[in-house]
Ligand binder design. Structure first.
Ligand code: FAD
Length: 321
């Protein structure tokens, strides 16, 4: 059954995150011939509206407001509820990112709707969207649908392929004014620990190191390999606890959940809590000197040996390929 679907675009550092385009692709499936409306929140973001249209949105609503420059729960919730009020969507989709995880339950509650979080695919069955999401740290999958109210879902980055961009696509871009008041928090300044580089949760290639890397300096060859492949460096909690790298890089149950096309697990034993964050990666390559390391059970390719010998060889081979 055709539906009106609102897709919330996510802007970071003045650019749309890929999950915005993946959300439009999911929105298209759910709309089932209906309208897909992109929503952009921020300050001076209207220049990004065309990208959403090129990736499949039929129309884009732009909410430009100084209080939306940086994400705060209060401001985003107020702005989005006003958009929902005027648009009355049948479905709302956004990324399962820090923003999506924070604001979606509040919005779903206000809409008196259910919420399906962290979906990795969606299909239409019997006229209604059915979402698949991992459970038990990725060991099993469940299919879910919302029977009543607005269909609200967040989708895990890097799982639903975006549609091919078509720059000849056109659609309406509407500027909408919202009232934002009584904010309990405001962002005065954003200080980043690290700048630049590929966003870990959206990276197509991740080179992750564990306690076996043995030092901060030990991570340098991993960074070189990641740079060569256009990827990002990640880490196990073992490596973060040992202060070899920042906790922002931690992958796993209490870190980030990632699904890259290619995941290198280097000097990582493969504890269940680490697997919870990466076992759904499309191809896993493990490098470990212990042939019994549990990481080999989930790896597609395994290299048994000393990472300090293997990583430089791999990098040199890739450079000359
Ligand atoms: P280790 O288990 O010490 O493994 C190091 C590996 O390096 C070994 O397999 C060793 O053979 C190999 N190695 C050593 N030297 C070399 C060499 N020269 N060449 C090749 N291989 C070498 N962990 C996470 O990663 N993410 C989480 O989110 C997370 N959340 C947790 C939540 C809870 C509640 C708990 C209790 C634990 C959590 N952990 C998490 C910790 C997890 O249980 C493991 O302790 C951690 O993943 C181990 O990190 P590691 O594999 O780097 O270290």
């Amino acid at each position: 059954m055709a539906k009106k679907v609102l897709v919330i675009g996510e802007v970071r550092d003045g650019e749309l995150r890929n999950v915005s385009f993946e959300s439009i692709s999911a929105g298209k499936t759910i709309a089932d011939g209906g309208e897909v409306v992109g929503v952009l929140l921020g300050e001076n973001v209207s220049g990004l509206a065309d990208s959403l249209i090129h990736y499949g949105a039929d129309r884009v609503i732009v909410v430009d407001h100084a209080d939306l420059k940086s994400y705060t729960t209060d401001a985003y919730q107020q702005a989005l509820l006003q958009v929902f009020d005027t648009e009355s969507p049948e479905a709302v989709i956004m990324g399962h990112t820090a923003t999506g995880k924070d604001v979606s339950p509040r919005l779903a509650m206000k809409l008196n709707s259910g919420l399906i979080s962290d979906a990795i695919s969606v299909e239409v069955d019997g006229g209604e969207p059915v979402f698949t999401r991992p459970i038990y740290s990725g060991k099993a999958f469940e299919k879910k649908k919302i029977n009543e109210g607005v269909i609200f879902a967040t989708i895990r980055p890097n799982n639903i392929a975006p549609l091919e961009a078509d720059s000849s696509r056109s659609g309406d871009v509407q500027k909408v004014t919202v009232e934002i008041k009584d904010l309990r928090t405001t962002i005065r300044d954003v200080v980043r620990k690290a700048t630049g580089g590929v966003d870990l949760s959206e990276a197509k290639v991740i080179v992750a190191g564990g306690r076996g890397v043995k030092s901060k300096e030990g991570f340098e060859p991993l960074q070189e390999l990641a740079d060569l492949l256009g990827g990002a460096v990640g880490a196990s909690r073992g490596a973060c606890d040992a202060d070899y790298c920042d906790y922002a890089l931690q992958i796993g149950q209490t870190g980030k959940v990632v699904t890259p096309d290619l995941y290198f697990a280097i000097g990582i034993s493969g504890a269940i809590q680490h697997l919870a964050g990466m076992s759904n990666s499309k191809v896993i390559v493990a490098i470990n000197k212990d042939p019994e390391a549990p990481i080999f059970e989930v790896a597609d390719y395994g290299i048994v040996g000393d990472l300090f010998e293997i990583v430089p060889i791999l990098t040199e081979e890739l450079k000359s390929a």
